[in-house]
Design a binder for this molecule. Structure first.
Ligand code: HEC
Ligand code: HEC
Length: 233
């Protein structure tokens, strides 16, 4: 009887472990960054480089999605996921959708069979066709265009996270840029000095928060940034 109880509890323990393994959700994005980005550029849109080791992930995804041949159009994504999951373990010149010249340049992808499990490959493949899509590309390009259209001073402010602590017309951790511009409208140099060297206890409702130093912003950028702050008035 005792033996049976021990056996049963062991079985339960193993079953619990098994369940845990299955229920752990694999993160396709994280895995892709870890297992594929060493060779495939995963930026969207990709950075162009002459000495890239493999086609950018966006190109791979677009190729596969467009070139697989599903029997029924509604199966396109499923087919694409199947193709990639298989290719990760069994790459071949015949299967690859890369054109001949590119294949010559890159050489064949080495099988990743010792680097990941089938479940991980599936998670990566599924993620690929949700992120590397025409829709994401269009969205990213729109955001880039919007950023490029911003005033140069605002770009510098975004790049240095100024807007995380300062609203244009609302105080956040620090005073609003409108209030700052009012205070310094006749003494821009003093304001530039505060950006470079930080500030504390000058604003009574800062509640102990301090303005960090920004020594890495060069003088030319400081000039542009400061003009932008002054112009918010
Ligand atoms: C050691 C470098 C390397 C790693 C790591 C790597 N690849 Fe590749 N991959 C290549 C090269 C080189 C090619 C182009 C030649 C070819 O098609 O086999 C390629 C091609 C592919 C293709 C076929 C492209 C097409 O357009 O038909 C797919 C799909 C692919 N890779 C997916 C992946 C995924 C997913 C991962 C991560 C699990 C990955 N690769 C990891 C080097 C790599
Ligand atoms: C981590 C939060 C934080 C960030 C990031 C930050 N600030 Fe501030 N800033 C503050 C706080 C808090 C104050 C008020 C400090 C005080 O009371 O003296 C302040 C004050 C200022 C002042 C007024 C200083 C004075 O002498 O009156 C200026 C100008 C300013 N910030 C500009 C900027 C710019 C430009 C950036 C980006 C390059 C930036 N801040 C980034 C928190 C921040």
């Amino acid at each position: 009887m005792i033996k049976i109880i021990i056996l049963l509890s062991l079985l339960l323990i193993f079953a619990a472990c098994e369940n845990k393994k299955i229920s752990k959700k694999l993160d396709g994005k994280e895995l892709l960054e870890l297992k594929c980005a060493t060779c495939h550029d995963i930026n969207m849109p990709p950075l162009i480089s002459d000495d890239e080791l493999a086609p950018p992930m966006m190109a791979v995804s677009f190729h596969v999605y467009n070139f697989v041949k599903p029997q029924d159009e509604s199966q396109r994504a499923t087919k694409a996921i199947e193709f990639v999951t298989d290719y990760i373990f069994n790459p071949s010149f015949e299967k690859s959708f890369c054109d001949k010249d590119s294949l010559k340049r890159y050489g064949l992808m080495p099988s990743q069979q010792y680097n990941l499990t089938t479940d991980e490959a599936k998670a990566i493949s599924s993620y690929m066709f949700t992120y590397f899509t025409q829709e994401t590309l269009a969205k990213v390009q729109k955001e880039k265009a919007a950023y490029n259209a911003l005033a140069p001073g605002k770009k510098i402010a975004i790049k240095n996270s100024c807007l995380g602590c300062h609203g244009i017309d609302k105080r956040k951790v620090g005073p609003s840029f409108i209030d700052i511009a009012k205070k310094y409208k006749n003494d821009e140099d003093a304001m530039i000095d505060s950006i470079k060297n930080g500030s504390k206890e000058k604003w009574k409702n800062s509640n102990g928060a301090v303005m960090p130093t920004f020594k890495k912003i060069n003088n030319q950028e400081l000039e542009i940034l400061s003009k932008w702050i002054m112009n918010v008035l």
